[in-house]
Ligand binder design. Structure first.
Ligand code: NAD
Length: 298
């Protein structure tokens, strides 16, 4: 017999990087389920604007996911102002694009700090709160670049692969501890947000709307689904790629132009995003670096 979907109404969620994009759509979807939502973002003005649009069950709080004190204070203030956190969505992330050989060290460090260490910190801080209550659900936003090495986004792919491995390993630890805390990771294809703007197209894959990812997250919270592919059909393509001999799977990726999605990005269309992404870790601001505005390698 199919399990009854878990009821989300009355629960409290904290979402990182929810001022815009997928995080904002997720906040909206969770509010529609009757949840309360804390929106954390390094861009506090945008987070406040989003919370005021979304209504009284949403609050905006400052957050830099790379700083333990900032992340802890985000969760503490969310719990004080709303209620104990039932759900943490580790969504904040950046995707500077360019050839690996052109990437400067600060850009790589910033991506690892935000996309990976931010998720590690968020999981530790959420588990400190969830384990004593023996309930909760952590959702980590990875990407299809977490299963496929995307040319033009080498360090980004590395961080997203790491989020998949991290999630699987921590899930195993939670099982060994017999803890009733759920863990899911989400792997969307290209989504129509500022981060996903100006990218190349793959044959047969349409650009997703942030609401489609948000609905997949709601379904994962209700069902306890661990691996969340968006769209769902992408799992079949990935499985086929793993079964085929390497020459064939790489040929298939080239035929679908999957290897050109990041490598074929339009640098001028991404200029504003790349400049914003370069300011996403305040502690690294002012260092010597070249913004990643070079052609992705096409
Ligand atoms: P976005 O740029 O629209 O939103 C990301 C938000 O994260 C921004 O509001 C930004 O201010 C915030 N942020 C950045 N650094 C932060 C920090 N240090 N602390 C707190 N907040 C910070 O991006 P998006 O497309 O909505 O992406 C959200 C997540 O989805 C990311 O992890 C991204 O890698 C992943 N993803 C996106 C796509 C896509 O095509 N858009 C595809 C797959 C996965």
């Amino acid at each position: 017999m199919a399990k009854q979907p878990r009821i989300l109404a009355g629960q409290t969620a904290a979402i990182t990087g929810a001022a815009r994009g997928i995080g904002k759509a997720t906040a909206q979807a969770l509010l529609r389920q009757g949840m309360r939502v804390a929106i954390g973002d390094v861009d506090l003005a945008a987070a406040q604007q989003t919370a005021s649009e979304l209504g009284p069950s949403a609050i905006a709080l400052p957050l830099d996911v790379t700083e333990r004190a900032s992340f802890a204070s985000f969760l503490d203030r969310a719990e004080e102002q709303l209620a104990p956190i039932d759900v943490l969505v580790n969504n904040a992330g950046i995707m500077p694009i360019g050839r690996f050989v052109d990437e400067d060290d600060l850009t790589a460090r910033r991506m690892i700090d935000i996309n990976l260490h931010g998720v590690i910190l968020g999981m530790k801080l959420a588990l400190e709160r969830m384990l004593p209550r023996n309930r909760g659900h952590i959702v980590n936003i990875s990407s299809q670049a977490g299963k496929f090495g995307a040319p033009g986004g080498a360090t980004y792919s590395a961080t997203k692969h790491a989020v998949v491995g991290l999630s699987e390993a921590v899930r195993g630890e939670l099982r060994l501890m017999k803890a009733d805390v759920q863990l899911s990771y989400v792997m969307p294809f290209v989504v129509n947000t500022e981060l996903g703007g100006g990218l190349g197209e793959a044959r047969g894959m349409k650009v997703l709307q942030p609401t489609e990812v948000a609905e997949a997250i709601v379904e994962a919270l209700q069902s306890g689904r661990v691996e969340v592919w968006v769209p769902r059909s992408a799992k079949r393509t990935s499985t086929l790629g793993l079964l085929l001999p390497r020459a064939l799977s790489e040929g298939l990726a080239r035929a679908l132009k999957a290897d050109r999605v990041l490598a074929g990005a339009d640098a001028s269309a991404r200029r504003d995003y790349e400049l914003r992404a370069a300011e996403s870790e305040p502690a690294l601001a002012g260092g010597q670096e070249r913004p990643q505005l070079t052609d992705g390698g096409s």
